[in-house]
Design a protein around this ligand. Structure first.
Ligand SMILES: Cc1cc2nc3c(=O)[nH]c(=O)nc-3n(C[C@H](O)[C@H](O)[C@H](O)COP(=O)(O)OP(=O)(O)OC[C@H]3O[C@@H](n4cnc5c(N)ncnc54)[C@H](O)[C@@H]3O)c2cc1C
Ligand code: SF4
Length: 509
């Protein structure tokens, strides 16, 4: 009889996972590739390949350490393709005294887990996921204490609690945040780091063939797959980032450049989210690099804030606001997602670039997601559910707990301001300042309305006009609305007419 059956999910590939602690000789680790998970949305083929290959490598690594692993592949003819079904079959095979799992990253799976004890007629122990700095309970306490109304307050609290980049009771360098230094456009001629890619081994090749055969109708290229699929490879990617990219990460964190998909970014979010790297080791290595004098403080702090601050914050919001977080639609946005998001031709160079890297790499960096594809969806009034689904499908790092708050809250402001105090609405001049996209665009950035004007220009003002009632008294948007109120009726008509013609077709004003 098996003592404990320990189910490990595809985003729980961490040797120190709570469900793997106190592993006994009579225990069995169960890993299952189920169709429900690969198909409940149409994930980018690279995302499916990354997770399946990393799962297979993780299982091999455990076996190499003498652990008994029961692994069910996607093409196993007896596979029931659901967690519940595979768990029930495994219980029959192993007759365990209990089942042990680590809490999942998604509300959908969390709800499923609630039924397992009665379905299986066995004790099911659900352990906390301690790979995060802030547990779900600790975040809920911070909510009660009023310390999560803004990310910045939460982040400072986390700095104090962890001692990360602290000097006594205060932040090192005297400031909590060096963002003012982190908004530079890329200077011409700046040499960019050559990014590390990993050649697929035999296991990955097999997975790539499986994915190509089963998911070839999903959006995204599989060719050029170069993700790390083992912990060793992910650690190499992290070392490469810290040495070659982090020193310049801060300065050009918000920059965009045509044809350059990664710039100085970490490109480590998929590894963090499936467990090949942990948040604490990544932050500690960045802090160490600063202490060793290899990285300036604005870069180390800017990077650590993304993980200790934003990543932990959005997870906390997800678990305290679910279920139901995704149901709100504060700005009453209803438009269908335009076909250009799936690769249909567009004259908008910025959108073409950001959707292009998404298709090629299952990756786009933060500013591309927030200020180009996200900004467009916000300004065009795309239905939150549709744009959320798009982000969940197309990025290798997309898991509900992190994708949903970023899209629903940060980008679409559909939560009415729980996550961010104002929407990140911006016109074409922001994109022009932070990128080289506009020079070669067939739209004219300088024109404000009309058929050849940059669509971001009139969509921005149209967004303010349409949402004046909902957002007009938002103090952080005071200047924007003050400028809107200076526009006379004729100009407003040209703006709304251009937005209508662009979004719905018809006569240009
Ligand atoms: C609309 C939108 C959707 C997003 N969807 C996801 C998603 O599904 N999964 C995901 O991991 N991130 C998501 N993000 C956050 C962020 O864009 C990605 O984490 C980042 O681009 C990953 O690339 P990187 O590893 O090169 O990040 P870097 O720029 O190098 O940043 C370092 C790390 O910080 C963390 N991080 C940075 N910003 C955020 C954030 N806002 N929320 C959570 N973690 C953050 C990530 O773990 C990232 O690896 C989204 C952001 C936006 C605006
Ligand atoms: S001109 Fe407008 S549409 Fe064209 S790249 Fe610039 S911001 Fe994008």
């Amino acid at each position: 009889m098996t003592e404990s059956l320990r189910l490990i999910l595809g985003d729980q590939l961490t040797r120190s996972l709570s469900a793997l602690s106190d592993l006994g000789e009579d225990d069995v680790v169960l890993m299952v590739e189920v169709g429900d998970e690969t198909s409940y949305v149409r994930h980018h083929p690279q995302k499916i390949a990354l997770i399946l290959s990393a799962m297979r490598h993780f299982a091999e690594e455990l076996r190499g350490r003498g652990v008994t692993v029961d692994y069910v592949t996607l093409d196993d003819p007896d596979n029931t393709h659901s967690f519940g079904g595979e768990l029930a079959r495994a219980v029959k095979r192993h007759d365990p005294a209990r089942v042990i799992v680590t809490e999942p990253g998604e509300w959908r799976v969390w709800e499923m887990m609630g039924d397992w004890e009665s379905d299986l007629d066995l004790p099911v122990e659900i352990r906390a996921d301690d790979r995060f700095y802030c547990s779900r309970d600790a975040f809920a306490e911070l909510v009660e204490a009023g310390k999560t109304t803004r990310m910045e307050y939460f982040y400072r609290e986390m700095r104090r609690r962890t001692g990360m980049l602290m000097e006594g009771d205060g932040p090192v360098g005297g400031d909590w945040n060096f963002d003012a230094e982190n908004r530079k456009a890329l200077p011409k001629g700046l040499e960019l780091p050559h990014r590390m890619r990993f050649r697929p081994d035999e296991t990955t090749q097999q997975v790539l063939e499986l994915v190509a055969a089963r998911f070839d109708n999903h959006f995204g290229d599989l060719e050029g797959f170069g993700w790390a699929v083992t912990r060793d490879e992910a650690l190499r990617a992290l070392r490469h980032f810290i040495k070659d990219c982090l020193p310049t990460f801060g300065d050009y964190q918000d920059a965009m450049k045509a044809g350059e998909d990664f710039l100085f970014h970490g490109v480590i979010s998929p590894y963090l989210n499936i467990g090949l790297l942990t948040a604490s080791e990544v932050c500690e290595k960045a802090a160490q690099a600063w202490q060793d004098g290899d990285v300036p403080l604005n870069a180390a702090e800017g990077f650590i804030r993304q993980i200790l601050g934003w990543r932990e914050f959005v997870r906390g919001i997800y678990w305290t606001e679910m279920p139901g977080y995704e149901d709100s639609n504060f700005l009453n946005a209803k438009r269908d997602l335009p076909e250009m998001y799936w690769g249909a031709e567009t004259r908008m160079r910025c959108m073409e670039e950001c959707i292009g890297t998404t298709r090629r790499n299952a990756y786009a960096h933060h500013i591309q997601r927030l200020m180009v594809t996200g900004n467009f969806a916000l300004l065009a009034g795309v239905a939150p559910r549709q744009i959320e689904r798009w982000y969940l499908e197309v990025y290798a790092d997309a898991f509900d707990w992190v994708e949903l708050p970023n899209v629903h809250g940060m980008v679409m402001h559909a939560d009415g301001g729980r996550l961010g105090s104002k929407p990140y609405a911006a016109s074409g001049s922001y994109i022009n300042r932070m990128s080289d996209y506009c020079g070669a665009c067939s739209y004219d950035l300088k024109q404000k309305t009309g058929e050849d004007a940059c669509p971001f220009n009139y969509l921005y003002w149209n967004f303010l006009i349409e949402n004046e009632e909902a957002l007009g008294d938002n103090q952080r948007m005071g200047l924007m609305f003050a400028n809107l109120r200076k526009k006379d009726k004729a100009e407003r008509d040209r703006i709304t007419g251009s937005a209508k013609a662009f979004l719905d077709g018809g006569e240009w004003p």
